[in-house]
Write a protein that binds this ligand. Structure first.
Ligand SMILES: [Zn+2]
Length: 221
């Protein structure tokens, strides 16, 4: 795949940055595509742009503000609390968000001469977003191919990884410190280890400490 080009769906967070490092290893040419849907923190867009710049890949920001028009949610509206009640999807959930992102990424990628799409969606992070599940992504892959008569391949390197395993992958790619200090996952807009309080920080930190514990255990042997 060294001769081929890939587009990474890129938010500047831990997962998509790990995917970017992964894609840079796999493909001869890599671009990143970032969706601006009126996130609480403009910083998320700036963070994605600066990571792309530092890693020497092209970044394009697509205006997806229509998403907020369709479905107001806690990621874009400060008057909606970020919360998750037991057995329900979190208030950050937006119906069809990944469906729309992958559709736009497909149209973009074909124009850019790329047939590979890389996305950091994951079925094991317990968030339960239906359009982040493996069955959906496979179905979307077929739909994209049929819709544009073009042989897309959607890659999901994190699909079956736990958060701890995603840290391990970053480490194997030589990107552990970079991902730890430069990416933005926190809902309160704090880069790196984050605010430590919001659900995204708690998930990230739990995975990080699980992985660091395993790594220390392995070093001690
Ligand atoms: Zn946080």
């Amino acid at each position: 795949m060294k001769q081929q080009k890939a587009v990474v769906v890129f938010s500047g967070g831990q997962d998509s940055t790990t995917c970017l490092f992964w894609a840079k290893k796999q493909f001869g040419e890599v671009e990143t595509l970032t969706f601006d849907y009126g996130q609480r923190h403009k910083l998320e867009i700036e963070c994605a742009q600066s990571i792309a710049r530092e890693l020497g890949v092209k970044n394009t920001v697509l205006d997806m503000s229509l998403l907020n028009q369709l479905a107001p949610n806690a990621l874009t509206r400060t008057d909606i609390e970020i919360e998750q009640k037991a057995g329900e999807l979190p208030s950050t959930f937006v119906d069809g968000r990944n469906l729309l992102f992958l559709s736009f990424a497909g149209v973009y990628a074909k124009q850019a001469g790329a047939r590979h799409l890389v996305t950091g969606v994951c079925e094991t992070d317990f968030s339960g977003y239906p359009d982040c599940r493996d069955a959906f992504v496979k179905s979307m892959n077929v739909t994209l191919n049929l819709s544009m008569d073009y042989p897309f391949v959607i890659h999901t390197p994190l699909m079956w990884l736990s958060k701890a395993q995603t840290w391990k992958l970053a480490d194997e790619l030589g990107a552990f410190d970079y991902v730890r200090t430069k990416t933005l996952t926190c809902y309160n807009g704090v880069i790196g280890d984050g605010c430590g309080e919001c659900p995204a920080c708690r998930l990230r930190s739990h995975g990080l400490h699980t992985y660091l514990g395993e790594r220390e255990g392995a070093d001690a042997k």
